[in-house]
Write a protein that binds this ligand. Structure first.
Ligand SMILES: [Zn+2]
Length: 347
């Protein structure tokens, strides 16, 4: 129900064709009932009326836990496609998935030894009609997961820690913020556009990582319009080991300056901390490491990701740095060092 610059806080992202009970209409949203005690708001354009008759209760059935060449999977049989949300937990590293409106009739969890990342999996009936799936991971670092329906079975596809953490074996996605008709912020004295300089910095980073033999995917390499949905779907398809989005900050107060890094999920925090530490070596002010951030590209759970707000275009001192091509190269180098620090810290 809240709102701020990037929209109200989001509860989760859902697969399509999930059954929801609408109980109210509030401006552009429908209020939906997830379970006896839980409600959510869903944009009206995301909902399609359906004639399915709601059942008095829904049940879970058997699970299956297995792995293929690339991922581990947990599949939970349900009598209907029901809403869910997930959270990342650390120490120990776990993925918890709450499924709403369902009661356990799970008496069988088949676990195959083809799994590589999942250490344990079990459930708790935390409320009469809220069912929690716990997935404990072998490694401390979260490498991401993707939740979707396969018929009525809820599937959680878990990404494994890469078998080698040498940078040159990894696949990195870089996102240059804005583009096309979306110019982003403007420079305080120069009138340059954010979109132009995010691309310059992203391209330097691309060049630097390629020189280090790292495989790189760029969401854009030109001045083109690219929606957040386009970027999200493109990144999902590319399936990178991790993603870094480059932006330049702006404030109404021209004295505010410095570098900051952002993440949404706690399991992805370490990357953002290491990147910030290295960026601070460029003599930038510390604007902070920001969690629970409501930026669209911080939303995907599929891969660790970090937004880097390199410096403020609205501050004269930072702007001078942003305009300097030598600074772009220095940023690329520091980001690479931050990546290396992060990989070194992963056990
Ligand atoms: Zn921006």
């Amino acid at each position: 129900m809240g709102d701020d610059r990037l929209g109200g806080a989001k509860m989760t992202y859902l697969d399509s064709n999930v059954l929801m009970k609408v109980v109210d209409s509030v401006n552009t949203d429908y209020k939906v009932q997830l379970s006896a005690n839980h409600f959510a708001y869903l944009s009206k354009q995301s909902l399609k009326e359906d004639t399915t008759k709601l059942q008095p209760y829904y049940l879970t059935s058997s699970w299956r836990v297995w792995g293929d060449e690339k991922y581990d999977y947990v599949s939970i049989g349900l009598s209907e496609k029901l809403p869910y949300k997930s959270i990342q937990q650390i120490n120990p590293s776990r993925i918890a998935v709450d499924i709403f409106g369902v009661t356990s009739n799970t008496n069988w969890i088949t676990q195959l030894n083809t799994v590589k990342e999942i250490k344990n999996t079990w459930y708790e009936q935390i409320e009469d009609d809220v069912f929690r799936v716990n997935i404990e991971l072998k490694h401390d670092q979260h490498w991401g997961y993707y939740i979707y329906y396969n018929k009525n079975a809820l599937q959680i596809r878990v990404k494994r820690q890469p078998s080698t953490l040498r940078p040159k074996q990894l696949f990195v996605a870089i996102d240059a913020g804005h583009g096309g008709s979306n110019s982003g912020a403007g420079g305080i004295t120069s009138n340059v556009n954010e979109k132009e300089y995010t691309l310059k910095i992203a391209q330097q980073l691309q060049k630097y990582l390629k020189r280090k033999k790292i495989k790189v995917f760029m969401t854009r390499e030109q001045d083109i319009d690219l929606s957040m949905i386009d970027r999200t779907l493109m990144l999902r398809q590319q399936d990178p080991d991790f993603m870094i989005s480059i932006h330049l900050n702006s404030s109404g107060n021209e004295n505010v300056k410095g570098v900051s890094t952002y993440y949404r999920y706690i399991g992805f925090r370490p990357l953002s901390e290491k990147l910030l530490d290295r960026m601070l070596q460029l003599g930038l002010n510390n604007f902070g490491n920001v969690g629970a951030f409501n930026f669209a590209l911080s939303g995907p759970t599929e891969y660790p990701n970090c937004l880097v707000e390199v410096a403020f275009l609205s501050n004269k001192e930072d702007e001078q740095k942003i305009l300097d091509p030598r600074f772009h190269k220095a940023v690329a180098k520091k980001i690479y060092k931050g990546i290396k620090d992060w990989l070194k810290s992963v056990k």
